[in-house]
Every structure is written in structure tokens, then in C-alpha cells.
Design a protein around this ligand. Structure first.
Ligand SMILES: Cc1cc2nc3c(=O)[nH]c(=O)nc-3n(C[C@H](O)[C@H](O)[C@H](O)COP(=O)(O)O)c2cc1C
Length: 280
């Protein structure tokens, strides 16, 4: 990997050196020089911060270094997006085009990752039969443990009211039988498993941040999403559940999301608890 400063373009603003967190760039006789290229983690800050396009970095794709137009950054719009996103649990049958899913995931590619590892992967399941089969497996497991009363005991143990979940489960079971309503994946047309290497320190955070960007961006495209933590937990405990999902053996699934066109829209922003901030 070669990192170079084009001397004829450089304005000696030193931003490459000041912004480099890994100490690749150092000041030598008043000039910024990439003296430790081996320390580079390819964050591309030196390229992005240089006002004169003076940095050459063979480990990065120059075509992706597109100029930022700050006039497009609208704080009110961003706040509206965050406040108006909702978990969607009723979907229309309209299929989501593959290119749109790729566009959404491509946006999540720009999410930050610990040490710039960029190690988040996605398994996108659009086979509705497979999604339904996974839901059936989770549901029949839940049915077995609730029948034996173990489910109630587990929820009590975890601090949630077991009887509340028992009631919910009975309702879900009835709905499943009468109308085919799926309380695991909500009959969504797309399931996205977001995974990262088991050995990565920031794996969970990396996947969660990517998922958050997916949910917000999908919302702007008129799509609905919902985190399915229930399935993420089930995947942790059941190797059988991973079958057919093509999850690499050295990676954990940290987030499961469903995606699809909502059957209807939310008209209002929800109410939230007051925020807890401690100023120190
Ligand atoms: C980590 C996580 C796991 C979740 N798991 C589920 C789930 O398994 N099933 C479900 O219906 N909703 C799930 N949700 C959605 C939450 O219930 C929802 O975000 C919350 O009630 C707030 O509603 P909102 O997303 O519409 O703002 C999950 C959300 C998060 C962040």
C-alpha cells in the first residue's frame, strides 16, 4: 500500500497530519509526510480532509471520495426522520426490489465501525417460505416451553411478568391458527441478518449502528422495518435454526431486521418517556 503527498498540490495546511489518529502522517521540516504507512487503518480521513486533493492512497478507491455538499445536511429533516420512524408489523404483499435493498445496505456501509474494521455482513432472505419455516420453528419451540409452564418461569426469572407473556402468546397462537398472522416476522417479505466476526471486539456495536442506519434510511424510502430481537436470541441458542440461512460459522448474528412496504402509515409521532441525562 502506497501513501503519497503530491508536493505540487499540497498547501501545507497540515490537516492530513493533524487529523490522522494512527500517526501515519508526521511533520518533517514543516511538511506533512506519510512516514508510517503500515499504521494506516484505511479510514480515508487524510483524503477526505485535504482541501487540495494532494493525497494519493493506493489502498483506497478515489472514485468514492465525492465532495460533500453541506447544503444537503438538514437537521430538521433528520430529526423528522428519526421521530417518525416506527416499527412496522403489518406489511403489504408488494415485493421489495433487490436494487433497493442493495441501496439501503450500501448506505449502511458508511456507518462507523470500531477500529474501522468494516466487518459487518448481511444475509438477505427473500424466500418467504424459508422465513415462514423459521418462524414456525421458533413458534413451535415457544409452544413447547409455554405448554410445560417453563416459558412463564423464564420470563418471571428475567424480571418480566410471565403471565403477561403467557396471555400474549395465547393470543398470538390463536391469530396464527385463524388468520396465519405471524408474530415472529409479521409476514414480512424480507429478513436481514446482520453479522460480524465472533472475535471482533466491536462486532455487536458495528451491527447495531448499521441496523439503525438501515431502519432510518429505509423509512425515508417508504419502507418499514422492525428489529426482531426474539429471533436474534433464538439463533444464539439453536444451531438448527441457523440451517439454510448460510451464516458463516465464524460469525455471530447480532441483529435481525424485517423489511417491507408497510400495509398502512403512522399518522403521528409517538410519546416517549422523558430522557434521563446526568450532567457531570
Ligand atoms: C434490540 C431490539 C429488539 C427488538 N425485538 C423485537 C421483536 O423481537 N419483536 C417485535 O415485534 N419488536 C421488537 N423490537 C421493536 C420494539 O418493540 C420497538 O422498537 C419499541 O416498542 C418502540 O417502538 P418503535 O420502534 O415503533 O418506535 C425490538 C427493538 C429493538 C431495538
Amino acid at each position: 500500500m502506497i501513501i503519497q503527498r503530491q508536493k505540487e498540490k499540497c498547501t501545507h495546511c497540515m490537516l492530513c497530519m493533524r487529523d490522522c489518529v494512527y500517526g501515519v502522517w508526521r511533520e518533517i521540516d514543516g511538511e506533512p509526510e506519510p512516514v508510517e504507512p503500515d499504521l494506516c487503518n484505511k479510514c480515508s480521513h487524510c483524503i477526505a480532509v485535504c482541501p487540495a486533493d494532494a493525497v494519493i492512497h493506493t489502498g483506497l478507491d478515489p472514485a468514492q471520495a465525492v465532495k460533500i455538499d453541506r447544503r444537503n445536511l438538514d437537521p430538521a429533516l433528520y430529526r423528522d426522520i428519526v421521530l417518525s420512524r416506527r416499527s412496522v408489523r403489518r406489511y403489504s404483499d408488494k415485493p421489495v426490489p433487490r436494487e433497493l435493498i442493495e441501496k439501503i445496505i450500501d448506505t449502511a456501509r458508511y456507518s462507523p465501525t470500531g477500529s474501522n474494521e468494516q466487518n459487518v455482513g448481511y444475509n438477505v432472505i427473500t424466500d418467504r417460505k424459508l422465513i415462514a419455516a423459521k418462524s414456525a420453528t421458533v413458534f413451535s419451540f415457544a409452544e413447547r416451553i409455554f405448554k410445560k409452564g417453563i416459558g412463564q418461569y423464564i420470563f418471571n426469572f428475567l424480571g418480566s411478568s410471565g403471565s403477561r407473556y403467557m396471555k400474549l402468546f395465547n393470543y398470538a397462537r390463536g391469530e396464527r391458527k385463524t388468520s396465519g398472522r405471524d408474530f415472529i416476522f409479521y409476514n414480512a417479505p424480507v429478513l436481514i441478518l446482520i453479522h460480524a466476526p465472533k472475535k471482533s471486539r466491536s462486532a455487536g456495536e458495528n451491527c447495531t449502528i448499521a441496523a439503525t442506519n438501515i431502519t432510518n434510511y429505509a423509512h425515508t424510502l417508504g419502507l418499514g422495518t422492525c428489529f426482531i430481537g426474539l429471533f436474534t436470541t433464538a439463533l444464539k441458542f439453536s444451531g438448527k435454526l441457523r440451517e439454510g440461512l448460510n451464516i458463516p460459522h465464524d460469525r455471530h448474528v447480532y441483529i435481525c431486521l424485517i423489511l417491507g412496504y408497510p400495509a398502512y402509515r403512522f399518522a403521528k409521532i409517538v410519546s416517549r418517556k422523558p430522557v434521563s441525562i446526568t450532567w457531570v
